[in-house]
Design a protein around this ligand. Structure first.
Ligand code: SF4
Ligand code: SF4
Length: 95
């Protein structure tokens, strides 16, 4: 099976995926419905359904569309600039 890569770098080495702040999350489920890449799932926690990041590597590198659809501002992604630096470094190391 071929490995999923981004500009020649194994996707699993790139730290780009959403983080959910559960202090802010209202469990509305918008993010789960919105993402077409199966990044999110729902799980039961203390009798409540909450979203979780099920497939982090499915998140499209540099997409941060779901940050904006979360009305409570509970979703964040890393800095694009910092991620770009990490990817450049990994590409140089692979040369
Ligand atoms: S859209 Fe925001 S508030 Fe709604 S479930 Fe997702 S993280 Fe929680
Ligand atoms: S940033 Fe894009 S690909 Fe990643 S979880 Fe959100 S909607 Fe899905």
């Amino acid at each position: 099976m071929s490995e999923n890569t981004f500009h020649g770098v194994p996707r699993s080495n790139i730290p780009w995926y959403p983080t959910i702040n559960y202090e802010k999350c209202l469990s509305c489920g918008k993010c789960v419905k919105y993402c077409k890449h199966d990044v999110y799932g729902f799980e039961e926690k203390q009798g409540k359904k909450v979203p979780f990041v099920k497939n982090a590597d499915n998140c499209i590198v540099y997409c941060n569309g779901c940050d904006a659809i979360c009305a409570s501002g509970a979703i964040s992604h890393p800095s694009k600039m910092e991620t770009g630096r990490i990817i450049s470094k990994l590409r140089k190391e692979a040369e």
